[in-house]
Design a protein around this ligand. Structure first.
Ligand code: GLU
Length: 433
């Protein structure tokens, strides 16, 4: 990292650990500086267009009413309708949602799909809610944000702890309230109600594709490489399975319930089978010959070739970046690495394939789902996977080439590419009035 950047970084580092929105702004300022972005454009891109906070009263199963707080943030609509998931988590804050919305804008720009960025969240612990409570929470939240969203305005999707079932309820509620079919208002639905074939696996598949690409640039093959995956949800479990099927050895995985390690490679299909049948869909309690239980945080520092953080933001920090042994880090999660940790990883010669590129597979197939819903014309899974791979490979190549040309990290290159596309759209459209 160049000396002149350390000022911007130093100011922000204190706040970064606790605040993802500060982290987003720091990243944008660093890349904006390299790009020579004007302060006017920077000011526009740093700040979300709209922030909505809603109160969501829910009748709980025991009869009492609980009021949950929810958000929908629209970061940018200059390149198209806002797009991004909805997160159900006790640690959701407005600043987290603002950061995640901003990353969506950049992500859609890196892969060059016609969307801006948005994100939503509800402060709740879904593991403590019954199915009925979860449905009432989802339907009321949908009603509360409905005035701002729509197929041409803002299109939600799944994120941490939100599933196809939740997206189905979301679509059904919007349809009931608007009085006409609203398939294209949300993506990530089940296939029977307008979901795209391959959407569930898309983020993990994208992670696998960029892992293949980065290994190829380094003259390596996937066969036999050692991988550790943090997070075993929709992204981590699929990435682990596809990498395993491509011949990689997934030696470590972790989720909120703990970690598992097998130096000879875990049997990922068997582990997935176990998780699917465990009540909370966690890895805790799994055992097999050669597998040892490890503390969850140890998965980040295992002796592997590739580390895939696929859980929450702020996992690789200045405290553990020095101990990371993986040569390559492929960010399945949004914002898993703090700017301070980025500096340490770069100094140590680690290659980070950044979130806005590495985990873009999900939103790319969301784009396909939206197109199919608007046209009522559905594709088979092969078509989805072929087109997804084309987009991911093209974006990877654009970012890799720019990083070589400008002698910057893949993160800075991805940010520069995204920012220049967003800035160009702002310039061409002009400022109203
Ligand atoms: N939540 C996912 C993400 O962070 C998917 C968003 C979408 O499909 O709109 O990229």
């Amino acid at each position: 990292m160049a000396q002149k950047d350390s000022g911007v970084l130093a100011q922000a580092v204190q706040a970064v650990e606790a605040n993802p929105y500060e982290m987003f702004k720091t990243q944008v300022r660093l890349a904006g500086k390299k790009l020579g972005l004007s302060p006017d454009l920077l000011a526009i891109i740093e700040t979300p267009e709209r922030v909505l906070e809603v109160a969501i009263p829910v009748r709980m199963d025991d009869g009492h009413i609980e009021v949950f707080t929810g958000y929908r943030v629209q970061h940018s609509s200059v390149r198209g309708p806002c797009k991004g998931g909805i997160r159900y988590h006790p640690a959701v804050t407005v600043d987290e949602v603002k950061a995640l919305a901003g990353w969506m804008t950049l992500k859609c720009a890196v892969v060059d799909i016609p969307f801006g960025g948005g994100k939503g969240g509800i402060v709740c612990d879904p593991t403590k809610l019954s199915e009925g409570e979860l449905e009432r929470l989802t339907r009321r939240y949908t009603a509360m944000i409905l005035p701002l969203i729509g197929p041409n305005r803002d299109i939600p999707a799944p994120d941490v702890n939100t599933t196809a079932k939740i997206m189905n309820w979301f679509m059904d509620t919007a349809t009931a309230l608007r009085g006409e079919p609203m398939y294209a208002i949300v993506t990530g639905k089940d296939v029977a109600v307008g979901g795209a074939r391959g959407r569930r696996e898309a983020t993990g598949r994208g992670v696998m594709i960029v892992t293949q690409e980065v290994l190829a640039r380094l003259g390596k093959r996937v066969e036999g490489i050692r991988v550790a995956v943090q997070g075993f949800g929709n992204v981590g479990s699929v990435a682990a399975l596809l990498l395993h099927q491509s011949g990689a050895k997934v030696v470590g995985v972790a989720d909120i319930s703990g970690g598992l390690y097998n130096p000879n490679g875990l049997n990922i299909p068997e582990l997935l089978e176990y998780v699917e049948h465990s009540p909370k869909r966690l890895i805790a309690g799994y055992s097999a010959p050669g597998v040892s239980a490890i503390p969850a945080e140890e998965v980040l520092t295992l002796d592997v070739d590739v580390l895939v953080p696929a859980a929450l933001e702020g996992q690789i920090t200045e405290r553990n970046a020095g101990q990371i042994k993986a040569k390559i880090i492929v960010e399945g999660a949004n914002g898993p690495t703090t700017p301070e940790a980025d500096v340490i990883l770069e100094e140590r010669g680690r290659i980070v394939v950044p979130d806005i590129l590495a985990n873009a597979g999900g939103v790319v197939v969301s784009y396909f789902e939206w197109v199919q819903n608007l046209q009522y014309f559905y594709w088979d899974e092969t078509e989805t996977n072929v087109k997804l791979a084309q987009i991911m490979r093209r974006a990877f190549n654009d970012v890799w080439t720019l990083a070589q040309e400008k002698r910057v990290s893949l993160r800075i290159a991805a940010q520069i590419l995204a920012l220049s596309r967003v800035a160009e759209a702002i310039r061409l459209r002009g400022i109203f009035p």
